[in-house]
Ligand binder design. Sequence first.
Ligand SMILES: *Cc1c(COP(=O)(O)O)cnc(C)c1O
Length: 733
Amino acid sequence: MNTTEIEMQSDLDQTNWTEITPRALYDKCFTLAHNLWWSWHPEVVSLFRDLDPVKWRKLDHNPIALLSEMTPEELAARAAEMVLYTRINQAHRRLKDYLSRTTHTWGARHTGVLGSKPVAYFSAEFGIHESVPIYSGGLGVLSGDHIKSASSLGVPLVAIGLFYDQGYFKQHLDTDGYQQEEYLDTKVENLPMKPALGPDQQPITVKIDTRDGQLLAKVWLMQVGRVNLYLLDCDVEGNSPQDRELTSRLYGGDHRTRIRQELVLGVGGVKALRALGITVGVYHLNEGHSAFAPLEVVHQRMEDDGLTFDDALREIAHRTVFTTHTPVPAGHDRFDAELIEEHLGPLRDQLGISAEQLMGLGRVEPQNESESFCMTVIGLKLSRRANAVSSLHGHVSRGMWAHLWPWRVEEEIPIGHITNGVHIPSWLAFPMLQLYDRNLGPGWQKEMGDPAIWEGIYNVDPGELWETHHALKSRLLDFIRRRYSRQCRRRNEEDHIVEGARNILDPNALTIGFARRFATYKRADLFFRLLDELAELVNDPQRPVQFIFAGKAHPADAPGKELIRKISNLRRDPRFTGRMVFIEDYDINVARHLVQGVDIWLNNPRRPMEASGTSGMKVVLNGGLNCSILDGWWAEAFNGKNGFAIGNGNQHVDDEITDSRDVENLMDVLRNEVVSLFYDRDLDGLPRQWIERMIESIATCASRFSAHRMVIDYVENSYLPAAGGRSSDMSIR
Ligand SMILES: *Cc1c(COP(=O)(O)O)cnc(C)c1O
């Protein structure tokens, strides 16, 4: 919606807004707050913010928490003062339209057979908005982006996850720079969810038998646009005190906690779908965490129609799609036979298979008793269609799992790829959205998955693009200063440091962002190998460079925490003071600020360990440039002029040699390409060639790495064949 539309609308509404009672106005806001649709509509976000900007920030941008601190009368008074009536009415009407206009969507035209039988999308985490803390990182954000795009495209899909009442941890660094984890209880009443009801309008509790007794889980419903997200929660009466905490934390606990969570997600999830009366067409297992699910579906199939295990399995595998997300071995859950028997034993009895047969489903060599049960292996075995998340990752995964199909050559391994993408409206800064409105035409958002729409960006005025970027960069620096001075205060640092924090970083200096999980393969410390050279680069008086870091290490990852300590403590090295900052508690909010304001997004993982990576895609949309190892998505995105590549895509068999080569290449590209292009200004002060790269980056990557394109790929190459019974194509290429 553009501003003229708002103005016209306000003329229309002027006559009747006073007739709305405070209660009715409050109810409209309440409705808006209870569908996460609001989170990707900037005009609704700003509406909530305008109700009380200070509280909005304090309450983690949570509109339900905000409304709970206001009476309808206070809200009405505030709305009158801010002239918000029209905006509230407008937003409310748009949400209603969005939810009811299902026949005009892409999905209505293209998802034929799925219509009455939706896709059930299983994921252990969903990153939808910072106020709903049930995600830890990339996998969750990807799942959130997937369901948002499915919603807007009108793809019939329901999502299944777990409700973690403490979510993932909040990160603080102590005075020594060491990561401290804090788990906070989320107030259920402040989340946009309610008990999911079955066909009889009663709340649902699913029961899962283990050898050690029964596990119960209740089911919540969260609305994400048109998509229903069902979240299972073990905090119910009837569970032991220990089991009531089973789903408290994301990726916490030991192996037993993990398998129990995965049992609830997979088996419990399938039971929940049945209790809800949902007939599923296709099961999509997003990563191995949910890979027990098909076993329960097979069980239901056997029970309903008297099929044998083998026949039911063949049919269900046909309707199951599996996505693998990482080549890193620790990313693939493994369980020993004892844990499997304890948790899957009762289901195994129902399936009529032996313990050896069950273990065999999770092993590369079914008879090999020394092999543990791997969730990725069972995921691959129980699905007819499997995919990796970038072209390179597809290649790597085929090699990695080739021994599952020893009679095939690598090209015939049935693992294809669908490259990840990001949900554009969630990651796009409002000023960039306005710039696209002006340059791509007002209808561009409806066609944003179409590359042709983005051609319009070649006509943008370079000055306009640069100014927009500069404004966003200033906004980022304001955010960093505020956060950083708060961090210093919290650590009880001296007053002059806290004060100084308010002025760190230079809005005109080349600003490089590096934010991601501190997993060791991501090599956040690569540059330490040439620290002196980096110091020179950073301190160049004419062409200074500054860095912003952020990211969490898994609580059990001591080397990851050590990396964070090393980097954050560079603030005490005079060469880097005020030029290298570490921002605590990387989450969707911090990510949004960073990707919208940096000049350069740096990514230097050890190839080929980064399956895809998505943060760099978010940067593209906002006019930042990627400087990355040719790994994951960047290996297929880089065309020589839409950003920067570190190295040439080769890796040595010896990691040590790879690392030292890569850091040389990193310093080379920073010095000779990045810094020199950034500071090469024309008479108007514009870095012309840099801006050309920004344009090229947007034109070549925005639609190609969007979640809309990704979801369309899943529908066409994976969901429809799985639903329609076409049996010839086993893989997605
Ligand atoms: C996008 C995002 C990620 C994923 O980024 P990678 O490029 O895969 O490292 C992780 N965490 C948050 C909060 C994100 O927004």
